[in-house]
Design a binder for this molecule. Structure first.
Ligand SMILES: [Zn+2]
Length: 347
C-alpha cells in the first residue's frame, strides 16, 4: 500500500483538553502518528513524504474566516493579559444575535465547538501538515500513481465543519480529499466513516450534496460524542436528501453485529455507484481503545478492510481517530492487510 506521511504533524502537540468538566491529559498526541508510522513500516508498506501546501484545496471545504482564525488566533490570544498557553473557548454562542465577534475570545467560541481543540503555537503548522498528507494522497490516487492510498493524517478531521473545529479536529482531511477527487475527475464520491464517533463535520459539509454520499457507523450519539448529530433520521437535505446514512450502534457492539451493519451500508455504496471510495479510517472502535464504546477485535478490523477492498474501487484511506493502546498499530495493519488480501483474491 502506498502511504503518505509527514513528520510535521508533531508541531501540533496539545497540552490538555476539557472532558467531563475538567482539564485532562490529551489523547490526541504526536505519539499516535509515530505508532501508526512504525506500524506501516513494519508492515512493509511504501511510505512517501507529503510535500507542498494547497490553500485552494482547503478553501474548497473551509470558510476563509475560519482558516484565518486557525492561522492567527494563537498570536492574538498570546498577547492577552493572563492568557493560557492554548486558545480554548469559554463562551459558546448558541443563539447568535450578531455575527462574528471581533475579539479573539469571542471568535474562539464562534469557531471552536468544544474544549477538545486547543490551539497552541504550532497547531496551525501541524493541522496544515495533516491536510497536506490528505491532499497529496488524493492527488496520487486521481493521477493513477496507485489504485489505493493510505493518508496517515494526524490530527484527525472528521468532526471539523466548514467553519468549526471540534473533537480534536481542525481541518476536515476526509472532506478535503473527497473534494479533490471530485475536482480531479470523479463524478461521484462515497465516504464511509468507520471511526467510533459519528463523522458529524463531514456530514455537515456534504449534507445538501447529491454527488458525495456520506455513510457513518458509530457509537449511538444519544450517549456518546458528538451527541448533537449522528442519528438515523439524518438523511440529507435538498439535493442531498438520501445521500447521508447514519448507523448508530449500541455500546459494546462487537465484530459480527458490526460487520452485518457494515455490509448493509456497503450495499448503499454499491447502489450509489461511486467513482472513488474515501474511507474515514478511525481505529477507535477497538475494544482496547482508551475511548472505547464499541468492541471490535483485530480480526474485526481485518474483515472491515476486506469488505472495503472487496468493493474494488479506487480507494483513499484517510486516518481519523484511534488512540494509544497496545494494539493501535496492529489494528491499522489488520485493515490494510484485509484490504490488500481482498484485492489479491479478486484478481
Ligand atoms: Zn473517533
Amino acid at each position: 500500500m502506498r502511504v503518505l506521511f509527514t513528520p510535521d504533524h508533531h508541531r501540533h502537540s496539545p497540552r490538555s483538553w476539557l472532558f467531563k468538566g475538567g482539564f485532562t491529559q490529551p489523547q490526541e498526541v504526536p505519539q499516535r502518528g509515530d505508532v501508526l508510522l512504525d506500524a506501516v513500516t513494519r508492515g512493509g508498506h511504501q511510505v512517501v513524504q507529503a510535500s507542498g501546501d494547497d490553500r485552494q484545496a482547503l478553501r474548497r471545504v473551509h470558510d476563509d474566516g475560519y482558516l484565518a482564525f486557525l492561522e492567527h488566533a494563537w498570536d492574538e490570544w498570546s498577547r492577552l493579559p493572563g492568557a493560557s498557553e492554548e486558545v480554548l473557548p469559554n463562551v459558546h454562542p448558541g443563539r447568535r444575535m450578531q455575527g462574528l465577534p471581533t475579539a479573539v475570545v469571542g471568535r474562539a467560541g464562534y469557531y471552536q465547538a468544544d474544549g477538545a481543540c486547543p490551539i497552541g503555537q504550532g497547531t496551525w503548522a501541524g493541522v496544515l501538515a495533516s491536510a497536506r498528507v490528505a491532499v497529496n494522497a488524493s492527488r496520487d490516487l486521481m493521477h493513477g500513481v496507485a489504485p489505493c492510498v493510505y493518508a496517515l493524517c494526524r490530527p484527525p478531521g472528521h468532526h471539523a465543519y466548514a467553519d468549526q473545529a471540534g473533537g480534536f479536529c481542525y481541518l476536515n482531511n476526509t472532506a478535503i480529499a473527497a473534494e479533490i477527487c471530485r475536482g480531479d475527475g470523479a463524478a461521484k464520491v462515497a465516504i464511509v466513516d468507520v471511526d467510533v464517533h459519528h463523522g458529524n463535520g463531514t456530514q455537515g459539509i456534504f449534507y445538501s450534496r447529491a454527488d458525495v454520499l456520506t455513510v457513518s457507523l458509530h457509537g449511538d450519539p444519544a450517549s456518546f460524542y458528538p451527541y448533537f448529530a449522528g442519528y438515523a433520521d439524518e438523511t440529507g437535505e435538498g439535493a442531498g436528501r438520501g445521500a447521508n446514512l447514519n448507523i448508530p450502534l449500541a455500546q459494546g457492539t462487537a465484530d459480527e453485529a458490526y460487520l452485518a451493519r457494515l455490509d448493509a451500508a456497503l450495499d448503499k455504496v454499491i447502489a450509489f455507484a461511486p467513482d472513488v471510495l474515501v474511507v474515514a479510517l478511525g481505529l477507535d472502535a477497538s475494544r482496547d481503545d482508551p475511548l472505547a464504546f464499541l468492541a471490535l477485535s483485530g480480526d474485526g478490523f481485518r474483515r472491515i478492510g476486506s469488505r472495503l477492498g472487496g468493493l474494488d474501487l479506487p480507494t483513499l484511506l484517510v486516518q481519523e481517530g484511534g488512540y494509544l493502546s497496545p494494539v493501535l498499530g496492529d489494528n491499522l495493519n489488520a485493515v490494510l492487510e484485509g484490504f490488500e488480501s481482498s484485492k489479491a483474491g479478486s484478481q
